[in-house]
Design a protein around this ligand. Structure first.
Ligand code: IMP
Ligand code: MG
Length: 192
């Protein structure tokens, strides 16, 4: 598996430092939001207001690390979206597989994806969340490809900006594989 990687773009240490920072920053922003809305419970915690929505499957590794840097009471409701079926390296349009949680009215929602590329995935999920009238809706992507033509959507939080190359590892796949690589890297041309 490691042999198929041509070059590492972001190593484990950089990922882990950035994820820790991001988690702390997001948690602080959500807490400030809860306070502004009068949504904190008497002990200063988030009551039942915070819902994290990881987009499957690419965000699983990132989310697992990120939420452990967010000391808040939260629930997690996954959504499954597919945009790169099989061996494809270009978005084929977005399809939602299964349901989006339907109980988001009045909640502070954080949608998390692995990468912001064409923007179709986050835009689709954001619209479905917003239709329900959440108290707030934030978007977070571990990676964002710079210089791409993008749907009308911006992430509130981005871990790293990367060049427009197809990357794998730390949750990101090619044809379903390489998600368990601890680094983020670019595949050898022979491996695709
Ligand atoms: P978007 O809808 O085009 O923004 O694409 C987002 C989805 O495409 C992400 O959830 C990823 O699963 C997938 N994706 C985009 N770029 C890459 C990449 O470089 N490597 C692996 N998956 C990618
Ligand atoms: Mg994906």
């Amino acid at each position: 598996m490691q042999r198929d990687v041509d070059r590492i773009l972001i190593d484990r240490d950089r990922i882990s430092r950035r994820v820790e920072q991001l988690g702390a920053q997001i948690a602080q922003d959500i807490l400030e939001d809860l306070e502004r809305h009068g949504h904190l419970d008497p002990s200063g915690d988030a009551a039942d207001r915070v819902v994290i929505i990881p987009i499957l499957t690419g965000s699983i590794v990132f989310v697992a690390d990120l939420i452990r840097h967010m000391p808040l009471r939260m629930s997690i409701e996954v959504v499954a979206v597919s945009s790169y079926p099989g061996r494809s390296m270009e978005s084929k349009g977005v399809s939602l597989r299964g349901e989006i949680p339907s109980t988001l009215a009045g909640k502070h929602v954080l949608v998390i994806d692995d990468i912001l590329d064409s923007g179709q995935t986050l835009l689709t999920v954001k619209r479905l969340v917003q239709e329900q009238g959440p108290a707030s809706c934030r978007l977070c992507a571990l990676l964002e490809k710079t210089g791409k033509k993008r749907a009308d959507v911006a992430a509130d939080y981005v871990g790293f900006e990367i060049p427009d190359e197809f990357v794998v590892g730390y949750g990101l796949d090619y044809d379903g594989y390489y998600r368990n690589l601890p680094e983020i890297g670019v595949l050898r041309p022979e491996a695709v």
